[in-house]
Design a protein around this ligand. Structure first.
Ligand SMILES: Cc1cc2nc3c(=O)[nH]c(=O)nc-3n(C[C@H](O)[C@H](O)[C@H](O)COP(=O)(O)O)c2cc1C
Length: 210
């Protein structure tokens, strides 16, 4: 099967739902905390997220489109651009329901971390707090926004890039000098409404070629 999404969109026969999110997977989830200029904490998940360089470490997330039912940009984009800071929190299997709850659109005036029943922990080099129960957090300084193409008038797609300036790792996740993914159980996004938990059974190393 081949199709050109510019001609037929993302739901050609026989697909019942937009197929695109099921084509690039598993995707890490950037659970992004920010603060507004008024100091209100915001937290939201983004699966258009990834680590994009190592020296220095940089990450990106894509707050696309608008807040549901409005023509306003998402709070995470507004806050990252206005304050120049954001934090990546690792979403784990144990935190899946809280993560999902924070995808709900709520007014900017509501602290979404508290609303989801999550405890906030202070960061060191940036103002937004991290999720205390998340085993890994990356404090980020905003670098730039790249505006991506959009198929819909007045809808913007955006890639926000930041440099990691602080790294939190729960010491209980470190075994024998390595971060132990078996303990972390990161949550990955699959297609549709599906997720996967990275469990021990299928983890194996592959050496690089000489
Ligand atoms: C697992 C998951 C992944 C998501 N990924 C994205 C994404 O990559 N980009 C996006 O714009 N929205 C994504 N969303 C929806 C946002 O989380 C949602 O629009 C949220 O309300 C944005 O919050 P904010 O306005 O506080 O930034 C995702 C939702 C879920 C549950």
């Amino acid at each position: 099967m081949f199709f050109d999404p510019r001609d037929v969109g993302m739901k050609p026969e026989p697909f019942k739902h937009s197929v695109y999110t099921a084509l690039v997977l598993p995707r890490p989830i950037g659970w992004i905390s920010t603060v507004s200029v008024n100091g209100i904490v915001n937290l939201a998940p983004f699966s258009f997220f990834n680590s994009i360089s190592g020296e220095p470490p940089c990450v990106m997330f894509c707050p696309n489109g608008f807040k549901a039912g409005t023509d306003e940009p998402k709070d995470s984009l507004v806050n990252a651009e206005a304050t120049g800071e954001f934090v990546f929190n690792m979403c784990t299997y144990d935190l899946r329901h809280e993560m999902n709850a924070t995808s709900k659109h709520v007014p900017e005036s509501i602290d979404e971390m508290a609303e989801a029943g999550l405890e906030a922990a202070d960061c060191i080099n940036v103002k937004p707090p991290r999720v205390q129960s998340s085993p890994i957090a990356l404090e980020c300084k905003y670098l730039q926004t790249i505006h991506l193409p959009s198929n819909k008038a007045n809808i913007t797609n955006n890639m926000v890039i930041g440099e990691v300036v602080g790294i939190h790792i729960s010491s209980t996740m470190v075994v024998d000098g390595k971060v132990d993914v078996r303990k972390i159980k990161p949550l990955a996004r699959l297609g549709y409404l599906d997720y996967a938990s990275i469990e021990p059974v299928n983890i194996f190393p592959i050496d690089r070629p000489e």
